[in-house]
Design a binder for this molecule. Structure first.
Ligand code: AMP
Length: 417
């Protein structure tokens, strides 16, 4: 799919004739980052202090492409003691060899042991917990599974993965996320689905509506727990964990284990097995640079970047929902085909935008930080920070959308002079 709405490349309206290279500089600028806090799609997320950063933090060249050492799994999917139908579903999904986290976690989870797994998105962690949990449901070792994820997109991604693995098992699932019709979720919960996948806020709303009884869930998965902590969900998580039955199967997946999380783990897990899949910081395969721009010519500079042949698939991050819509309008007027995703969009619109982008139907995605975490989209060549992120941590999450699967990605951060 082309980036442009017609066969000809978009033309800029104003004349901006310096090359982008000229605009890039490794020199730190003073006084950046003094912005107001953006609105976040997640109203429960606490306010974080806006810090000042040195733009040289956004400049880094990938010296040598990082190639993961070849991992030789101990098990093949056929070796796992799981139902034949699940093995068939795995094959139909095209998975041939277990990833390290799957190789190590699946046998532990089939034994019903609690687990703390340090693994980030992109390691195959979702299948690592779904495959054994589906088997445990099929064999009635477990009766109901509650999966909690920090963002709606991640929850939806888990549900999509589950749909493939549970084919012809009779297992039902419901997605319980904000921004989607709660009545539909309530009526689906009445059918007693074996899997409930949701975000903390909506799950608690459903409990307040007496639509879900957490004490009936004897398996719990907390995915990306460190992100949930970051997003201020700690009390919601503790609240839900306290309502679960004491005899339960608990699975915590997290990229990092901060001290605060250790306390939660000590309290809520029973003799957990620790599994660690060493993954490099996702930013290591990303060339990072800044682009110096004037407030007035920012869009022109962006335009020039977007028409470069090497910019094949890009995510442009902006700070606010409003600026995402405004920039989308301007880019469309200039002939670009773009999709937008931010917290004011309905869940259906957010899903549609991500699907178009994931399926290469749209090659430019305009986003606020809602998509920065956890989303795994192939072949994003460039992350462009049209607006600066709020924190360096947000920056790392943004740029981690490129440079995946052993490829080198490019991250460009606009610095307004
Ligand atoms: P995750 O870390 O769970 O978000 O998975 C990252 C990506 O890897 C997803 O697109 C999965 O569909 C894919 N994936 C997971 N496990 C395997 C496997 N064993 N073989 C091939 N692809 C996989």
């Amino acid at each position: 799919m082309s980036k442009y709405s017609s066969s000809s490349k978009p033309r800029r309206k104003s004349s901006f004739n310096s090359s982008n290279e000229k605009n890039r500089s490794a020199q730190p600028a003073k006084g950046m980052w003094s912005s107001n806090r953006s609105q976040n799609s997640n109203s429960r997320r606490p306010q974080r202090a806006v810090k000042k950063y040195d733009p040289s933090m956004f400049i880094k060249k990938v010296e040598e492409q990082q190639v993961s050492p070849v991992y030789i799994p101990k098990n093949m999917f056929a070796d796992f003691a799981i139902a034949d139908q699940i093995k068939k579903n795995i094959m139909d999904k095209g998975y041939e060899i277990p990833t390290p986290i799957q190789d190590q976690a699946i046998p532990i989870l089939l034994e019903g042991k609690d687990i703390i797994a340090t693994a980030n998105t992109g390691t195959g962690k979702t299948a690592a917990f779904l495959i054994p949990l589906i088997h445990n449901i099929v064999t009635k070792k477990t009766s109901r599974v509650l999966i909690i994820a920090p963002t709606r997109e991640l929850a939806d991604q888990i549900r999509m993965e589950l749909n493939g693995f549970k084919m012809h098992t009779g297992i039902r699932s419901v997605l319980c996320i904000g921004g989607a019709n709660i009545n539909f979720q309530i009526s689906n919960l009445r059918q007693n689905p074996e899997f409930v996948i949701g975000t903390p806020g909506r799950l608690i709303d459903l409990e307040e509506n007496r639509a879900i009884d957490f004490s009936k869930y004897d398996a719990i998965v907390l995915d990306e727990v460190d992100t949930m902590l970051d997003m201020g969900f700690i009390n919601d998580i503790k609240y839900i964990l306290n309502k679960l039955p004491s005899k339960r199967h608990s699975l915590f997946f997290s990229a990092t284990i901060p001290a605060e999380l250790r306390i939660v783990m000590d309290k809520f897990l029973r003799n957990p097995v620790m599994v660690s899949v060493k993954t490099r910081q996702s930013a290591e395969n990303v060339n990072q640079d800044v682009v110096r721009v004037g407030q007035k010519d920012r869009v022109d500079v962006l335009h020039d970047l977007l028409i470069k042949p090497e910019v094949t698939k890009s995510i442009i991050f902006v700070r606010t929902k409003r600026s995402a819509d405004q920039l989308a309008k301007i880019l469309r007027e200039r002939g670009f085909v773009v999709a937008t995703i931010h917290g004011n969009k309905s869940q259906a619109q957010r899903k549609k935008a991500l699907t178009l982008f994931r399926d290469d139907k749209v090659m430019i995605l305009l986003a606020t930080d809602v998509v920065a975490r956890g989303i795994d989209i192939d072949d994003v060549s460039h992350v462009i920070n049209f607006d600066l992120p709020q924190t360096y941590e947000d920056y790392i999450h943004r740029i981690g959308r490129t440079g995946r699967a052993g490829k080198v990605g490019q991250a460009l951060t606009f610095i307004v002079n």
